[in-house]
Design a protein around this ligand. Structure first.
Ligand SMILES: Cc1cc2nc3c(=O)[nH]c(=O)nc-3n(C[C@H](O)[C@H](O)[C@H](O)COP(=O)(O)OP(=O)(O)OC[C@H]3O[C@@H](n4cnc5c(N)ncnc54)[C@H](O)[C@@H]3O)c2cc1C
Length: 381
């Protein structure tokens, strides 16, 4: 079966049908298409009276002359009139004719063509947000120590790091006891993610799909289209100290005769290397990203970066509220970890405490109540 939809311009064939038009002009051998059935819709504009539907008419003549059989009458759609209506009517007739002929069930065809499946965050973050996690809705997030008034005189007393008293609403059926912990799954800050992506040369909005042909343990979403931004924001621990094996991988991805030995001087199996690593990497908490920025000749493909970085870990917080006050709400007291980075590069902001500090009422985070072992509980009254 052949379906042809064609326009004509001043009676000529469209560019992508010029060769077809030549064939028609040369004449298709009689009977050569006797086993072909065709459906033809011509688009045109009646304002060009002399050449209206000229090419579709030529196609019809040529196909008929070669023995082809029309399934439905040639359709015409006029751009100066109800183009859409004319085209739709022709298409409906064609589908109905085919459906009848093939006894096809068309009951499904009237529904929407797309199916929308709404996913929760825990569907998309399968291995990161553990199965025991559930959504926690922020009810309030109050500053406990920093200057909310703007009137603090810092010449008398230096600013104190922020601490938040944050309250979450628990989902139905979840209970807790005072002294339990709340595990919180954080997301990396935008500025940090953008810094990493800039160094990797990948756009935040770059959509990609990870495949793992060899299988294995995974903490990243495999087989699902995802943006590079989401991957780095939600899945990877970006601020951990670079391990020796990570530094070794970086060394393997530079051709620079100066950089490679520099990096290897932290990982070699010598006392000197051990001391260097301990003092310059561990002591200053230099991350993989810090090293990538320090050694610009390292060219790390995104796939290698994704593989070498560990999964983002939940942080635990002691619940500082009592269920006797409100069994559905947990309150945490969270100090913001912030200060000049030990690496000497700008400010360091703790991943989860800065995430919590920025939360607002209505925001939803993922976490779960954990009963510590051994249990810690206030003495019974
Ligand atoms: C059982 C338990 C209960 C807890 N309860 C509470 C609680 O009630 N309230 C609370 O606030 N916290 C609590 N914590 C700590 C909390 O879990 C987090 O560790 C804390 O919030 C910091 O996490 P973060 O993600 O913000 O920091 P991360 O991103 O994890 O950073 C922490 C790391 O950064 C390093 N670091 C510190 N300063 C710098 C710097 N200037 N430059 C470079 N690196 C630096 C630290 O050495 C540390 O290794 C608890 C921890 C546990 C285990």
């Amino acid at each position: 079966m052949l379906a042809v939809v064609a326009a004509s311009y001043n009676g000529k064939a469209p560019d992508n049908a010029l060769r077809f038009d030549d064939l028609l002009a040369a004449g298709l051998p009689e009977g050569s298409l006797s086993n072909v059935r065709f459906a033809l819709l011509g688009a045109g504009n009646t304002q060009w009276v002399a050449t209206y539907q000229a090419f579709p008419k030529r196609i019809e003549e040529g196909l008929l002359a070669a023995g082809a059989t029309p399934i439905v009458e040639r359709g015409i759609a006029d751009a100066a009139g109800d183009f859409d209506g004319m085209a739709s009517r022709w298409m409906n007739t064609l589908w109905a004719t085919l459906a009848e002929e093939y006894a096809a069930d068309t009951s499904e065809a009237s529904g929407p063509r797309y199916q929308v499946q709404l996913l929760t965050e825990s569907d998309v973050r399968p291995a990161i947000v553990s199965k025991q996690a559930y959504p926690l809705t922020v009810v309030a997030n109050e500053e406990l120590v920093a200057d909310a008034t703007g009137l603090w005189d810092f010449s008398i007393e230096p600013p104190r790091p922020s601490a938040k008293s944050i309250t979450f609403e628990l989902p139905d059926g979840v209970t807790y006891d005072t002294g339990n912990h709340l595990a919180v799954f954080a997301k990396n800050e935008l500025a940090l993610v953008e810094r990493a992506l800039r160094r990797l040369g990948v756009d935040y909005d770059q959509v990609l799909r990870l495949d793992m042909p060899a299988g294995g343990r995974k903490h990243l979403p495999v087989g699902t289209p995802v943006t590079a931004g989401i991957l780095l924001t939600e899945f990877l621990e970006l601020q951990d100290v670079a391990t020796r094996s990570q530094i070794q991988t970086l060394a393997e991805h530079t051709q620079c005769p100066w950089t490679r030995p520099q990096l290897q001087s932290y990982t070699a199996d010598t006392e000197e290397a051990e001391e260097r690593y301990s003092k310059e990497i561990l002591g200053k908490r230099i991350s993989v990203l810090g090293l990538l920025e320090r050694f610009p000749t390292v060219e790390l493909p995104l796939a290698v970066f994704l593989e070498m970085m560990g999964p983002i870990r939940p942080r635990f917080y002691s619940i500082s509220s009592a269920p006797s006050a409100n069994p559905r709400r947990v309150r945490l007291t969270v100090g913001l970890l912030e200060g000049p980075a030990l690496s000497g590069d700008g400010q360091y902001r703790g991943t989860c405490s800065s995430y919590i500090a920025a939360l607002e009422p209505g925001d939803v985070v993922y976490g779960y109540v954990r009963v510590p072992s051994p249990t810690f509980a206030p003495p019974p009254r």
